[in-house]
Design a protein around this ligand. Sequence first.
Ligand code: DC
Length: 225
Amino acid sequence: MMSAVHPVPVITIDGPTASGKGTIAARVAGALGWHLLDSGALYRLTALKAMGSGVLLDDEAGLARCAAHLKPQFIGETVLLDGAEVTLAIRAEPVGQAASRVAVYPQLRTALLQLQRDFAQAPGLVADGRDMGTVVFPEAALKVFLTASVVSRAQRRHKQLIDKGFSANIDDLLKDLEQRDSRDMSRAVAPLKPAEGALVLDSTSLSIDDTVTRVVQAAQERGVV
Ligand code: DC
């Protein structure tokens, strides 16, 4: 992940679904001119690959094989899987639910580990997910845990889906988020929780700009940038 001589600085941003991590991570990476890892996309891609190749979502070895052979390409906002564009397909709710289901399997998580660490390239990486600070980048220079109330997260997810042209119902989304939170937080391997020493930010009543500013300030205070 890091060379002892020239460690690549990493900022991790973990948190529950629809907490705004993706937006904040992208904005912080943009502000610093650093690379970005959307680790949730890798779980979504694995789920999509399994669904498209007849691998059952409880077949741990089959899922791990899908993850091990994942050769995703991220070109700006565009995501390709085996050469086909899946940018929108991986954002659909059923794929998110499937990603949360397959993410409980240790073999699959291990298969994705090196792929994630390879994103740590100079001048730095902002990594967003559930276990970036706890498991994937335990030596990260700054760890952020971003939360927001479940109601405001459901409202954000609703807006995101409608903006992307998907249909969505706020009550269903609330139920879906609660289910997903409890599965992500209670799984045995790499459960969602703040890393030790993490800066915990509740973005319920913070604007995107304010949240980005807090993260960049914390990075400056800790001498990361
Ligand atoms: O952040 P997201 O909604 O795109 O993530 C989809 C699912 O992938 C999420 O419900 C749990 C799983 N995930 C994970 O287990 N670990 C990560 N680092 C990122 C995502």
